[in-house]
Structures are given as structure tokens and as C-alpha cells.
Write a protein that binds this ligand. Sequence first.
Ligand code: SF4
Ligand code: SF4
Ligand code: SF4
Length: 474
Amino acid sequence: MNGIKHLTTDLLEIGLIRRLVRLPFFQFLFVVPSLLIFIIAALSIFFGVRHAGSNFGMVFTWVVWWGMLVSFFVVLGRGWCVMCPFGALGEWVQRLSLWWKRKWGLGLNLKYPRRLKNMWFALVFFIVFIFMDNGYGISNSPPLTAGLIVVLVLGAIWVGLLFERRTFCLYHCPLTLFIGISSMFAPFEIRRKDAAVCRKCESKACFSGSERTYGCPMFEYQGRGMDKNNDCILCTECIKSCPHSNIGMRLRLWGHDLWARREGRLDESIGAVVIAALVTTVSLFLVMFLPPLKSLMDKILPAGAPPNDWPRVVSISLLYLGGVAASLLLMYGFSYLSKLFSGVKDVTAKSLFIHFGYAAVPLGIMKFLSDITDHVLRTWGAVFGVINALLQDFPLNRVMTEEITVKQVLSAGQTYLLQTVMIAIGFSFSLYVAYKLAERKFSDRDVAFRTFLPIGAFLFILTMAALWALSAAL
Ligand code: SF4
Ligand code: SF4
Ligand code: SF4
């Protein structure tokens, strides 16, 4: 059904990689440099110059970190999580250990309520996170970015002290939905090798841990056969724990999890459509409707000082809600059409929505990447400027340098062309995933093709919205 899946054999057969990932402090090696940079960035955000374009922490966070986080989706999945200081801080306090195994720590290790084990909170947190930029300009505001850092650090430590393992990373981090669903696209996986070995295994150490190692911090059980990357933070703890060396690392086809995972889930499917909607339909709504809606709100609501300019904030909130709701309704409508086109009686529009929602992921990722590419091409010069400014008053970054000049790498037209190509790649990949999903659902190729058509039309509409928003912003 899935054709060629793996592009390489087990990368752990390469001695250097095997020795590296089996180091007890493998993850610590990645967290330490990122924690040091994070501390310097946080100091300059808290105490440095208020001008975002001259502040090392601001430029580093919203250009380097955000660009790196999204770029990882097309290479390593949750690559950022393996070096993320927030998750690590929560874990260190919980375990009272940096990497070595301790029998007890500070955490109460309470079980997280079963009915909250889903992505709904994470979905709301992610929408709010993205909204904070359009609505409140968080990427231009050191105080708001500082607030976000405090919330993340305290949230990771607080939840780590209360609940088992990385409950914060699974359900509360505002990025976990985005990172988790997008990592299904990555051409990299850590998976068990031989199911028969797992069936005979008594220790289940990949999940429970051993004398020397912790069990999977994200509650993944390799013995069951992981079918998607969503919750794998690449910590390699399971590789170190498995007494039978039955876990491997492989490169595989891009997007494989999107069509080959087990049953779909409503929260994930809605999450996938929302990720794409935020950078397609919502972007278009903002470009088209913000000026007239704001004029209307100016007549109804009292004006406030930015960022609390209520007519603007309320207008953007309404457009966010409208764009997300319109995309979900469209997806449901096209799922219904898909049901009609299939001619199959016992299939429901809801089940097709859940099944096909994942197809929006490549388009969403490529649109996010195209937005970041535009941002980075316009602001990359600032990275060198703010490093220079930081060095003049290390580490507080209080010296305001002369206006940092940013050299435009590509012209506006060339950037637009590059972004269009990236969106076209995302659209093509989304179509491919939708077709693979249709083939998986229906063995009859005619039925599969007919079912695929309305979903392809939905993806086309989102793509047109993305391109329209892009050209309108030129
Ligand atoms: S889920 Fe969030 S807090 Fe946890 S490691 Fe990833 S980015 Fe960091
Ligand atoms: S510890 Fe290894 S062999 Fe045992 S269930 Fe986990 S992956 Fe399979
Ligand atoms: S599956 Fe393995 S590598 Fe992934 S989070 Fe769990 S222990 Fe870490």
C-alpha cells in the first residue's frame, strides 16, 4: 500500500551516530548551548534596548529561532524540542537531575486527566500564539516577548512539578500542536525494528525505563509500533533503554506519516486544517477586510494606545475567528461533497474530514516557510548588527547603535516568485498526500479518485487564498 517507505537503513549502524545517541547526556549536549543563547537573549529582552530591531534577543527569537523551528519540519520533525530549554527546565526540576537516572525527584508525578489528553487546549494556545503577532505585534515588543518567556518557563516547571513526564510538552506548550502535526511531514523517524522482538520483550524498557535510563518522556511505547512522529522529541531515551537494540533511526519519504498513520483523530485533523488556515484564509481575510472592519470598529469602540488599540485588536480577533471558521466549514463542505462523489453509502462526511484533514499539512508548512523566508531575506542583516550591538554592552544589550541597515538580498518581485514556488510545492505535496489518503480509504481506484477530487478543490482554494494574500501584500 505504501510503496517504498525507507530511504536508508538504520542510521545507528553508523558507529559515530550510534555512539553519540547512546551517550547518557546526548540531549543535554544540545540543550546547553541553546540554554546559554536563550539566557543571553532573555537578558537582552528583559533589560536591553526597547527597539526590537536593535535588540539581540528579539532578532534572535523572531528571526533565527522561529526560522529554525519551522525549517526543522522538513528535515527532522521535532528537532527543536531536542534542544528546547523550556521543556528541559521542567524536566530537570521534576527529576532533580540533568541527565543521570535518579529514583526520586521533586515532581508529584500525578496522572494527567484522561479526558484532557487531546490537542484542544494546544490548538487554542497555538491560535492565540499566532494571533499575538498580528493582534499585539509580539515580535516587535520586548515586554510581550519577555511575558511569553516567563509564561513558558513557569508553565513548564509548574506542570513538570505536578504531572508525570513531559505533560507540558504533550498538552500545554503553545507550539506542541504545530510542531507535532508538522513533524509528520519530516523524512526522519525513530522506530522499533522488529515487532517479533518486542512481543517477546519482558522489560518494555523503552516505555518504563531501566536502572540507568528513563522511559519515554512523551509516553510513547515503541513496542506497540509507533505510527507517527507527533510526540517524538528525538531525545533517544528509548534507544538507550532498549535491552535488545531493537530501535533504529531512518530517513524515509517526506510526509509518510500523513497517509500511513493509523486511524485519524478529530483534534489532529482540525489542527492540521487550522495550521494551514492561519497562513492562507486568515492572511487573506486580514489583507482584504481589516481596513473596512477597523473603520467600522472605530465608530463603535473607544480607541486605545497600541498595542491595546481595541478597534484593531477586536477587528483582528474577528477576522481570525472568521478565517478559521470559514476554512473548517469549507473543509467540512468539501468532505460532504467527497462523500457524495464517492457514491459509498456507509461513509460519513465527518469521517472523511478526519481522514483527509492531514492533507493540508504540507501546504501549511510551506506557507509558513515562505512567510519566514520573506522575513529572513528582509532582516538577515540585522542579525550581524545586533550581535555587534550586544558585544558593546554584553550581556545586557543596553547600547542603542545607529540605525541597523538591512541589505535586501532579493528584490520584492524575486522574493514573491520564490514564495510562489514554495507554496506551489506545498500545494503539490498536499495533493499527493490527499490522493494517497484516498487510495488508502478505498481500494477501488475510481472511487478513490472521485473522493479525492473535492478535497483537491479545497486545497486549491486554500492555495489561491495564500497567493492572493501574498500578491495583495506586495
Ligand atoms: S513541546 Fe514546547 S516546551 Fe516542549 S520541548 Fe517542544 S517546544 Fe519545548
Ligand atoms: S524495550 Fe525494545 S524490545 Fe522491548 S518493547 Fe521496547 S523497543 Fe521492543
Ligand atoms: S520515542 Fe524515543 S526518541 Fe521519541 S520521545 Fe520517546 S524516548 Fe524519546
